[in-house]
Design a protein around this ligand. Structure first.
Ligand SMILES: [Zn+2]
Length: 148
C-alpha cells in the first residue's frame, strides 16, 4: 500500500524520477507499534527512512496512546497482545506495564491542573438548584470550599 502511495505522488529528489521507490519496513527496528519505514530509489539508491510515530520522553507516542487506550477500556497486556494479533498489528510494546507510570504521571498532572481552575469557573456561575443535580452541587461545594 505505501509503495503505491509513494510511487504515485513522489519523485526522487536526487534523480528526479517517478515510480522509483521501494518502500519497506525494517522489522528489526520495530518498537511496539512504532515501525521504521524507508523508501529507497531503485535508480540512484538514495534512501530516506522514518519511524511511524513521534518520539516522546517515555518512548513512542503510538505505544503510550495504545497502552492508555487499552487501560481505559480495562484491558491489560495479554488481551492487548490478542487484540494486536487479531487486528494484524505488530505486537504491543514488550514493556507494556512500564508505560503505566508515565501515563499515570501525565494524568495526575492534567487532573491537578484542571482541578485548579474549576473553582474559578464555578465562582462565576450559580450553584445548581434542581433536585437532579444534587451530586453536582455537592461537587461544587467541595471544590469551592477547597479554595478558601
Ligand atoms: Zn533516485
Amino acid at each position: 500500500m505505501l509503495n503505491d502511495i509513494f510511487n504515485n505522488i513522489a519523485k526522487c529528489r536526487y534523480c528526479d524520477r517517478s515510480f522509483c521507490f521501494d518502500v519497506a519496513e525494517n522489522k528489526s527496528s520495530r518498537r511496539g507499534l512504532a515501525s521504521s519505514i524507508s523508501a529507497t530509489c531503485k535508480y540512484c539508491g538514495s534512501s530516506h527512512g522514518s519511524m511511524t510515530s513521534n518520539s516522546v520522553p517515555a518512548g513512542y507516542e503510538v505505544n503510550l496512546r495504545f497502552v492508555y487506550g487499552m487501560r481505559c477500556i480495562g484491558i491489560g497486556k495479554s488481551a492487548a497482545q490478542t487484540f494486536c494479533a487479531l487486528m494484524n498489528l505488530p505486537p504491543p510494546p514488550a514493556k507494556f506495564e512500564r508505560l503505566y507510570t508515565p501515563i499515570f504521571n501525565a494524568l495526575e498532572t492534567a487532573s491537578s491542573r484542571s482541578m485548579n481552575v474549576v473553582p474559578q469557573y464555578l465562582s462565576v456561575i450559580d450553584p445548581p438548584s434542581s433536585e437532579y443535580s444534587s451530586k453536582l452541587s455537592e461537587i461544587y461545594k467541595r471544590s469551592f470550599s477547597n479554595v478558601r
